[in-house]
Design a protein around this ligand. Structure first.
Ligand code: FUB
Length: 328
């Protein structure tokens, strides 16, 4: 098996997307979605993303082959879930590995569940119910230096975030705020010590411009859409996310993990395929961006492949913009 190369599919034997990368036990683990090869309906509701299980990938370093640890969790084994295992994340605490994942519940409402394992490679045993108070998609869990864990989540359109604007689920609500009003922000909740429940009601994160004014709903180049990720660099929290309709990965920074985050710029310019989704990880003294595109399937939106590339900071802490197909 060949060793992985930057900006090339990490694996080609299955379709993968939404990579969450972590270093566990000195090894780089990637927790992706497992895209299915099907010809079902394709729409703004995201029905084409009909995933049913998760695989875990790992590598010793970038000179070694990628291991596929096989199916580590399947929809049939999750009592509360009915369909669509979307973008997961993983975390380590209490000598356990946690997989956090969104799925539709028995009423078709996206919720976020947890599963645990004694090894970062799984298999993962799901909890009997979703995390109480959770909703929408794309959990990203950041464990701070003081061991407090935060879950960031939320996604527009198929991710149903618009339907929670009143605080409860409104199936008829499909629109977001007017274009001249603040955009919907991702949500954040503190995780309890056992990582299986929220300590508080999820709160909305504010993303502001350099003057402290909220990014507006009509500002599709900068407003939050889905796929949050938080990492820490030089004592700043970096919140990065997808802009959805404008297909960019962008970021803001804050001194506080709860925000507000001040918008900074673009990390990754648009990739082949509609969605863009990422994670940022430090491994062997370099920083890496894991992302996906649809190049492996010739551009089919729901048949994606995970890739990686080095991520570089400028001296002032800003991130250098990456063009996945050329020079930055
Ligand atoms: O993979 C399904 C969905 O597509 C994810 O949850 C989103 O972030 C987008 O990548």
């Amino acid at each position: 098996m060949n060793h992985p190369k930057p900006n090339q599919p990490l694996v080609t034997h299955i379709y993968t997307a939404d990579p969450s990368a972590h270093v566990f036990e000195g090894r780089l683990y990637i927790y992706p979605s497992h895209d299915l090869d099907h010809d079902g309906p394709d729409n703004d509701n995201g029905d084409q993303y009909a995933m049913e299980d998760y695989h875990v990938l790992s590598l010793e370093n970038f000179d070694s082959p990628v291991a596929d640890h096989g199916e580590v969790l399947h929809l049939r084994d999750i009592p509360w879930a009915s369909s669509q295992l979307w973008a997961p994340d993983a975390a380590y605490k209490n000598n356990l590995y946690y997989l956090f994942f969104p799925a539709r519940d028995q009423d078709g409402i996206f919720r976020i569940g947890a599963a645990t394992a004694s090894s970062p490679a799984g298999p993962f045993k799901p909890e009997s119910n979703y995390i109480k108070g959770s909703y929408s998609i794309d959990p990203a869990v950041f464990v701070d230096e003081d061991e407090q864990a935060y879950m960031y989540f939320g996604g527009l359109w198929g991710g149903q975030l618009e339907k929670w604007q009143t605080g409860s689920f409104d199936p008829l609500q499909t629109g977001g705020p007017p274009a001249d009003r603040p955009a919907l922000g991702p949500r954040v909740a503190l995780l309890s010590g056992d990582m299986l429940s929220f300590k508080n009601k999820p709160q909305e994160i504010s993303i502001v411009d350099e003057e402290g004014k909220p990014i507006l709903a009509g500002d599709e180049e900068r407003r939050y859409f889905e796929g949050p990720w938080v990492h820490k660099y030089n004592n700043y929290y970096y919140l990065s996310y997808s802009t959805g309709t404008t297909h960019k990965l962008v970021y803001g920074i804050s001194r506080n993990p709860l925000g507000p985050f001040t918008f900074q710029g673009t990390i990754l310019t648009p990739v082949t395929g509609w969605t863009t989704h990422h994670s940022i990880v430090r491994f062997e003294d370099k920083w890496y961006l894991f992302y996906h595109d649809s190049s492996l399937s010739g551009g089919v939106n729901h048949k994606r492949c995970v890739k990686f590339t080095e991520l570089k900071y400028n001296a002032d802490g800003t991130i250098q913009t990456i063009d996945p197909y050329g020079q930055a």
